[in-house]
Design a protein around this ligand. Structure first.
Ligand code: SR1
Length: 325
C-alpha cells in the first residue's frame, strides 16, 4: 500500500487498518457522517473497514470483536449503548488498539470523545424558540433516552422548562429505529390530535423533525405549528425552506466534518500524538428565514458560505490533509 509522504509511522507506509463501527446507519446524518469518515480515511491512505449499524447492541459487540480479529490499529465507535460495549472495548484497548468514541459515553480516559457540543446546540435552538414564540406556550417534545447526544440535549430542555414556567410540555414521544421518521410521525399524529393547543415542537434530531412535519401536514395543521430541530442535510434544507413548512429552525454541524474529525482523532492516536479527551465540533443555528434569504439549497452550498460546514480545526496536524469537501 502507498503511504502518506511526510506522515509519521505507521502512516508513512500506508495500509493502516481502521474500523468504523456504527450503531445506526439509516438516515441522512449517519450516511453523511460515514461519507466524511471515508473521505478522511482515503486522504490518510487508511484502509477503512465499515461495519454498518442496525440498532443492534449484540451485533455491535460482535463487530468490535471482528475488528479486533482483523488486526485493526484503531476503532471509531459511532453511537451505541455504553452498557453493552465496555468489556469488548476494553479487550481492544488491551491489545493496543486505539479507540475513539462519537456520541457514546465510554467513560474511559484512554478514549477520546467526539461530540457536537450538544448543550450549545440545544441552547441555540431554544433561544430561537423564545425569539419566535415568547416563553409561554404548550409544547411537544421528541426524546428517546439512552443516546448520549439526546440525553445531553434533554438536560438543556429540562433546565429550559424549569426556567420558563410558562412552557408546558404536553406530550413526550419518539422512536429510534430503522424507520425513525415514519414511526415518529405516527406517534406525532396521535399527540397533536389529542393536544390541539401544542404550538411548538422541540424535536432535536432531524429524523424526529421530519416525522413531526409529516404528521402536521397530514393533519392540515402545519400553519399552527413550529418545529425546532438538530441536524441538517440537503433533504432537510428542502423540507425546511419549502412553502408553508412548519420546520422553522435547526442547529447543526456538517456530519461529514464530524466523521472526518473522528477519523483524524483515531489517526493521531495511532501515530502516538496528543489528542484532547473531549473533541467538540460546534454547531450553527440555521433558521428557515436565513436559509431562504441566502437561497441555500444544498449542504454543499452551506459549506461554501459557512466555513464550519467545510472543515473543523479539531484533531488536526500538519501531516493530515483536512480540506476534503
Ligand atoms: C439517535 S441519536 C441522533 C443524533 O445523533 C447525532 O448526534 C445527530 O446529531 C443526531 O441528532
Amino acid at each position: 500500500a502507498d503511504g502518506l509522504s511526510g506522515a509519521p509511522a505507521p502512516f508513512d507506509k500506508g495500509g493502516v487498518k481502521v474500523a468504523l463501527i456504527s450503531y445506526i446507519s439509516a438516515g441522512d446524518f449517519f450516511q453523511a457522517y460515514q461519507a466524511g469518515a471515508e473521505a478522511q480515511a482515503k486522504a490518510l491512505a487508511i484502509d477503512l473497514r465499515i461495519f454498518p449499524g442496525r440498532q443492534d447492541a449484540a451485533e455491535q459487540r460482535e463487530q468490535i470483536l471482528q475488528a479486533i480479529n482483523l488486526g485493526v490499529s484503531g476503532i471509531v465507535i459511532d453511537h451505541g449503548l455504553p452498557e453493552s460495549l465496555g468489556d469488548v472495548v476494553q479487550q481492544a484497548l488491551d491489545k493496543g488498539i486505539k479507540v475513539v468514541a462519537f456520541d457514546v459515553n465510554l467513560n474511559n480516559p484512554k478514549i477520546p470523545q467526539v461530540e457536537q457540543s450538544d448543550h450549545e446546540l440545544a441552547s441555540l435552538a431554544l433561544e430561537q424558540v423564545v425569539k419566535d414564540n415568547g416563553n409561554s406556550f404548550s409544547a411537544g417534545y421528541v426524546y428517546v433516552a439512552g443516546f448520549a447526544p439526546l440525553d445531553r440535549r434533554n438536560e438543556v430542555w429540562d433546565k429550559f422548562k424549569s426556567d420558563n414556567k410558562g412552557v408546558v410540555e404536553k406530550a413526550r414521544f419518539g422512536n429510534v429505529s430503522d424507520t425513525t421518521a415514519t414511526s415518529t410521525a405516527d406517534q406525532a399524529k396521535a399527540v397533536l390530535t389529542a393536544n390541539p393547543d401544542i404550538s411548538v415542537v422541540f424535536a432535536p434530531y432531524d429524523e424526529f423533525a421530519r416525522g413531526v412535519k409529516l404528521a402536521a401536514n397530514d393533519l392540515g395543521i402545519a400553519s399552527k405549528l413550529k418545529i425546532y430541530s438538530a441536524d441538517v442535510s440537503t433533504a432537510d434544507i428542502q423540507e425546511i425552506t419549502e412553502e408553508g413548512s412548519p420546520w422553522v429552525a435547526t442547529v447543526a454541524t456538517n456530519p461529514a466534518v464530524v466523521g472526518a474529525v473522528s477519523i483524524r482523532a483515531a489517526a493521531l492516536e495511532i501515530a502516538g500524538q496528543t489528542v484532547p479527551h473531549q473533541i467538540t465540533v460546534k454547531p450553527t443555528l440555521l433558521t428557515q428565514e436565513s436559509l431562504r434569504a441566502a437561497g441555500v439549497k444544498t449542504i454543499e452550498e452551506l459549506a461554501e458560505r459557512i466555513p464550519a460546514f467545510s472543515t473543523s480545526d479539531a484533531a488536526t496536524a500538519s501531516w493530515i490533509p483536512d480540506k476534503l469537501f
